[in-house]
Design a protein around this ligand. Structure first.
Ligand code: HEC
Length: 123
């Protein structure tokens, strides 16, 4: 057990900034803001995900049981923004990566979507 702990600590002490960059994670000091997230969502995500991330017959809706935290953790949002998404839940094709959106902006957008999900009782 002690050995396992030492190994875990050793593994985790790698270059944290490099790991964050690779995974598209925001800086640990970033405080996500739903208001900023709403504006960023409107500029970068709404065309595909619909106004207010609501369901329509042509958008993959983020306000859906698929995307609640228990099924899609925040990491899925960072990864979608950084790497894009290969079609698997819907038939709308792949989602292209959104390199113009920084990890901190992705955190704001995620906070906004989580807020909407909570308001809809989806968590
Ligand atoms: C060009 C269209 C397009 C844009 C722009 C777009 N998306 Fe997507 N996104 C999609 C499609 C299509 C899917 C569904 C893929 C599937 O599961 O079939 C998707 C899926 C997702 C998922 C689910 C990922 C998963 O692991 O299943 C998340 C999270 C997501 N998008 C977030 C965003 C955010 C945040 C933005 C804005 C920064 C954004 N998307 C912009 C098309 C888009």
């Amino acid at each position: 057990m002690a050995l396992a702990t030492v190994l875990l600590v050793a593994c985790d002490s790698g270059d944290d900034a490099e790991r964050r960059a690779r995974l598209g994670l925001p800086s640990p000091d970033h405080v996500a803001d739903t208001q900023r997230g709403a504006a960023l969502f409107a500029s970068h995500c709404r065309d595909c995900h619909g106004p207010g991330a609501r369901c329509s017959d042509k958008d993959p809706p983020l306000l859906h049981g698929y995307y609640v935290p228990g099924h899609h953790a925040d990491l899925a949002f960072y990864s979608a923004v950084r790497n894009g998404v290969v079609q698997h839940h819907w038939e709308f094709g792949d989602m292209p990566a959104q390199p113009q959106v920084t990890p901190e902006q992705a955190a704001d957008i995620t906070a906004y979507v989580r807020d909407l999900q909570r308001r809809q009782g989806l968590n």
